[in-house]
Design a protein around this ligand. Structure first.
Ligand code: SER
Length: 595
């Protein structure tokens, strides 16, 4: 089976079961400052799992672009990738365990769908603890499907519980489906819990019936949800009977392109194989980050830092296999060829992706040359009996020459040195505290809050968007936004810096709209009606065919998921704190509401 067939089959199956197919959300979360990337299909759906009504209804399905960089060092083995697609289906307070399990079984085993031999399937269910009972209902459902009891394992929370995505939010017990790869057991206790590679997880049905609170309690959610996720990359590797995700059709064109560019052949030895995979994975992820065109470009903070690290790591491992300078855009082309028909944003933003990659690569090549000289000087300064590079020196290489810490570590290792990583982290932390006090907030965890303050800032963002278009013209279009309880950040297309007069005029218009105390009216309609009504907003990226349109008097009409204030009079005084460049042709405004 080809990867596109798996995507199509999954969506058709759930369409037949009454689910609306919704598009993938961006890999950069909207309005959620607590995580850098979208990590699972459920992530953009959190407000709906908590009870908000989704314009497409209570049964949804999609293929979501996901990024998880926590295991970046493992990339290069058979299964780890920093980007993957997740096939998912959701019940928002509609069906629960019975249908979810029945449908999972049907999709996996029916001849019409994946036709996986039943005897190869194993499942795990939640064993129960002080927070939630043993999941006998799921156990009995699997037994009624014909799964033999010795193919069902009860496991604790570490294995069979999912969420919340941050530190608080929807979560619950899950039941996971595994395929027996046919490899020998690793020991007498070998089970799906042991990660030895015999059993590979392909699907997870989460029964989200709890909300984890700030004080660590699990309180029942007002609605019981189902959240399922099947990793496309991993599942297709199993179905294609190949050893690793890098040997599936998803990667074929990308690996072929790398082979054309490289001096060494794929599969020659473990190191070369690893380098090929790292280049392929990192350029694929970078292409998707840039392809969403949310104003993320390589930088030293947040998503920009991850992007920088991915590109630079790819260049570095590319050097190992003899890929010439300036090749990353050519590898990205192969990614776009592979994925462009499923994710048209990659084709649309091809030029932007290629430009950003070559700019970053050039910068890195320059700093590598300078930094290597610095590195050699540093080594020669160290006394003969010092075998450790101090944390602050490693930090200077990072800060001044853009050397990712792993790069310094690897260079050091080659010469028989170690790096004081704790010292590096300490310098890094101090630097962060000084330079961007706000960013540390991001790592505290927790889900995007839906407090009144955030709702007010959402409404203020609509007023700002409308005011910008009135003052600067229709060239202005939203490129991204990010709202916390303290401030809003809004990225929009505009080719030059705003003048102080323009900033003042925008502030005045927004404050006038606040003074008029308009009602904020929400209507659900089809995407087409929304377009025809003259609503503005991110039409392409995020929404299904039924959308919510928020109208604020005759001032603003915009597509949005909410939440919003009820009236503009609640907002307080609007003030623009900063207007700056975000990336080429994109400006960024930070603004606050003062009470
Ligand atoms: N959220 C669950 C997961 O990521 C199921 O979609 O596995």
């Amino acid at each position: 089976m080809r990867s596109y067939e798996l995507r199509e089959k999954y969506l058709s199956f759930f369409r037949e079961k009454g689910h609306a197919v919704i598009p993938s959300a961006s890999v950069i979360p909207e309005n959620d400052p607590t995580v850098l990337f979208t990590t699972a299909g459920m992530h953009p759906l959190v407000p709906y799992l908590l009870g908000a009504s989704h314009p497409e209804g209570k049964r949804l399905t999609n293929v979501q672009k996901c990024i998880r960089t926590g295991d970046i060092d493992e990339v290069g083995d058979a299964t780890h990738c920093t980007f993957f697609e997740m096939l998912g289906n959701w019940s928002l307070g509609d069906y629960f365990k019975k249908e979810a399990i029945q449908w999972s079984w049907e999709f996996l085993t029916s001849e019409k769908w994946l036709n996986i031999p039943r005897e190869k399937l194993y499942v795990t269910v939640f064993a129960g603890d002080e927070d939630a009972p043993r999941d006998m209902e799921s156990f009995n459902l699997w037994v009624s499907m014909g799964v033999p009891e010795d193919h069902i394992f009860f496991l604790p929370k570490e294995n069979n519980w999912w969420g919340p995505a941050g530190q608080t939010g929807p979560c619950g017990p899950d039941t996971e489906m595994f395929i027996d790869t046919g490899k020998p057991k690793c020991g007498p206790d070998c089970s799906p819990a042991c990660n030895c590679g015999k059993y590979v997880e392909i699907w997870n049905d989460v029964f989200m019936e709890y909300n984890k609170t700030h004080d660590g309690r699990y309180e029942p959610l007002s609605q019981k949800n189902v959240d399922t996720g099947m990793g496309l990359d991993r599942t297709i590797a199993i179905l294609q009977g190949v050893e690793s995700v890098y040997d599936t059709d998803l990667y074929k064109g990308i690996m072929d392109r790398i082979a054309q560019l490289a001096e060494k052949e794929y599969g020659q030895d473990p190191e070369t194989t690893r380098a090929y995979r790292i280049v392929a994975d990192h350029i694929r992820t970078s292409t998707f980050i840039l392809g969403d065109e949310k104003g993320v470009t390589p930088s030293n903070v947040d998503q920009g830092y991850v992007l920088r690290r991915l590109i630079r790591r790819a260049v570095r491992y590319g050097l190992q296999i003899g890929i010439p300078e300036g090749s990353t855009p050519r590898i990205a082309e192969a990614v776009i060829d592979q994925y462009g028909s499923v994710y048209p944003e990659l084709v649309k933003n091809r030029q932007f992706i290629m430009n950003e990659l070559s700019l970053e690569e050039e910068k890195f090549q320059r700093t590598i040359k300078q930094g290597l000289k610095e590195f050699d000087k540093l080594i020669s300064r160290l006394g003969a009996d010092t075998k450790t590079i101090a944390g602050h020196d490693a930090f200077r290489l990072y800060d001044t020459f853009g050397f990712p810490i792993e790069f310094t570590q690897e260079l050091a290792e080659e010469k028989g040195f170690k790096v004081d990583i704790e010292g590096f982290k300490e310098s890094f932390r101090r630097h962060q505290e000084i330079s961007q006090a706000g960013a540390s907030q991001r790592f505290k965890g927790g889900l995007a809050d839906h407090t009144e303050e955030t709702a007010r800032l959402h409404t203020a963002t609509h007023l700002l968007h409308a005011a910008l278009r009135k003052v600067l013209g229709d060239e202005v279009a939203q490129k991204g936004s990010n709202i916390t309880a303290e401030r809003l950040r809004f990225d929009f297309s505009f080719s030059r810096k705003m003048t102080p007069e323009e900033i003042e005029q925008v502030e005045r218009l927004v404050n006038e709209a606040i003074d008029k105390d308009y009602e904020v009216v929400c209507e659900e309609m089809s995407l087409e009606d929304a377009r025809n009504s003259g609503a503005i907003g991110l039409f392409e990226s995020k929404y299904g065919s039924r959308v919510k349109v928020y109208t604020i008097g005759d001032f603003s009409k915009e597509l949005c998921g909410g939440p919003h204030a009820t009236r503009t009079g609640e907002l307080g005084r609007f003030r623009i704190v900063k207007e700056e460049s975000s990336s080429a042709g994109v400006r960024r405004i930070r603004a606050v509401l003062e009470h």
